[in-house]
Design a protein around this ligand. Structure first.
Ligand code: EPU
Length: 428
């Protein structure tokens, strides 16, 4: 077990390149199962979640190799349909093999991933959608057991809520179903567009990409493809908030401002100067801040709303902002849990149900804290950057799940962060 020793008080300045999006790459890897042969994915982040997904695909029979940021997945004609608990429990996103396995094998046994530190995470919409496609789906002995021995049939499906995971699973099943599927109220996150573009590259017929309704004309088979993962908008947003909090000036050379419109509007209202197009070939963005940020109210919602995955960062920002802010969390009931850790740095936060009221303070003071999930971990590191003295962030393995070389990139921007063994924690 390791921890980060963050010395507060430096302002982050310079350029940084973000990796491909974790929440895209994991699903693109699962989508590779839909076609026999070699799929090549570029800009796949080097993070533990990707390693676990690679292990799962190997267990299903694929050959997975990595060279720098390119991952090659060679899928045999026959794949196993069982995703066992010992692998799935390490990575909730492994539920996204359910749709592809069912479509490819007519059967899928995928262990229930269980909850995590941000709350219980249901699968009812995944299950209802696959049933609409003609599969029998039951939850038995801790597994989702899905069967469609005669193949899947196109159907009209409406989601109660634009769930990212349900959209992906149903979409990946529908591309190999017989006939047309219409999926209404789908998630519109940029990662959904990315997977649609990859599937279209594989030959899938999908219309309505980017809208709330997808029309999918199922086909008997797809071909492997070469595809590049979109840049990670949550990591880009993390750097943007870091620039504000540390009163710095950061250019994210390949960040996509178009995927962060609402976030950047909010950060501009906190006082930041935002300059889209400041990076590579007219892409990228620069975020600069002088003076103390103003408090900003935020309501998390599915895209194009404010992403829940940046909520801990804006809570940290408001902890040192001028004024009082209200943050409303609408996606995960337990995502404010990390606030108890932030309070150890002196943040003044009151939680009332799914609202947090934060009274900004002139400064925080460094203390030992524990990262409870990836994003909470990043939020605590940002708070540590502006706290007086040293902040020790333990359980850093959570941060490793989503931020490749976080420490190297922080220090490249002028931070003083050291990764070291954590003498107080042992692997369970
Ligand atoms: N939900 C249900 N039933 C369902 C599906 C979802 O109740 O059938 C609920 C969940 O319990 C949750 C909410 O709906 O409260 C949102 O779930 P969604 O399916 O949209 O999210 P997800 O696919 O489980 C992905 C990301 C999350 C990100 C959310 C929202 C991956 C691997 N994970 O999760 O990322 O917060 O979309 O944008 O893509 C992270 O990266 O830190 C992270 C948690």
């Amino acid at each position: 077990m390791e921890r980060l020793r963050v010395s507060g008080g430096t302002s982050l300045r310079g350029s940084v390149r973000v990796n491909g999006a974790k929440n895209s790459a994991l699903k693109l890897m699962a989508a590779a199962l839909l076609a026999e042969g070699r799929t090549t994915l570029h800009d796949v982040p080097s993070i533990t979640d990707v390693r676990y997904m690679g292990e799962l695909l190997r267990r299903l029979g694929a050959d997975v190799s990595r060279d720098d940021s390119t991952v090659v997945i060679d899928v045999p004609e026959k794949v196993s349909h069982e995703a066992p608990y010992e692998l799935v429990r390490r990575l909730r996103a492994s539920i996204c093999v359910l749709g592809p396995l069912l479509a490819r094998c007519g059967a899928a046994d995928v262990a229930l991933p269980g909850g995590d530190a941000i709350g219980s995470r249901g699968l009812d919409m995944h299950i209802a959608g696959l049933r609409r496609l003609g599969a029998s789906v039951e939850v038995e002995h801790g597994y989702v057991v899905a069967r469609a021995p005669d193949g899947l049939k196109g159907a009209m499906i409406g989601l109660d809520f634009p769930s990212v995971g349900a959209t992906e699973n149903i979409l990946m099943a529908a591309v190999l179903a017989d006939g047309e599927t219409v999926i209404d109220n789908v998630a519109r996150e940029p990662e959904i567009l990315d997977i649609c573009h990859m599937l279209i590259g594989m030959g899938a017929q999908i219309e309505g990409v980017g809208s709330s309704t997808l029309h999918v004309q199922g086909l008997p088979g797809l071909s492997p493809v070469e595809h590049t993962t979109i840049p990670d908008r949550i990591v880009t947003g993390t750097w943007a908030v870091a620039a504000l909090m540390t009163r710095g000036d950061i250019t994210v050379t390949n960040g996509r401002a178009e995927d962060l419109e609402l976030v950047l509007d909010k950060l501009a209202s906190a006082g930041a100067v935002i300059e889209p197009g400041a990076g590579e070939d007219g892409a990228g963005l620069r975020i600069a801040m002088s003076g103390r940020p103003r408090a900003i109210d935020v309501v998390t919602l599915p895209y194009p709303g404010f992403p829940t995955d940046l909520q801990p960062m804006v809570v940290a920002l408001n902890a040192v902002a001028d004024g009082t802010a209200m943050i409303t969390e609408n996606v995960y009931e337990a995502r404010f849990m990390f606030v108890n850790e932030l309070a150890r740095l002196g943040a003044e936060v009151r939680i009332d149900g799914h609202h947090a009221v934060i009274r900004g303070r002139e400064s925080l003071s460094g203390a030992p804290v524990v990262a409870t999930d990836i994003r909470a971990g990043a939020g605590l590191v940002l708070a540590g950057l502006v706290a007086e003295g040293e902040t020790l962030v333990s359980a850093v393995h959570h941060i490793d799940r989503g931020y490749p070389d976080f420490v190297g990139q922080l220090n490249g921007l002028g931070a003083d962060v050291v990764r070291e063994p954590d003498p107080d924690r042992f692997e369970a």
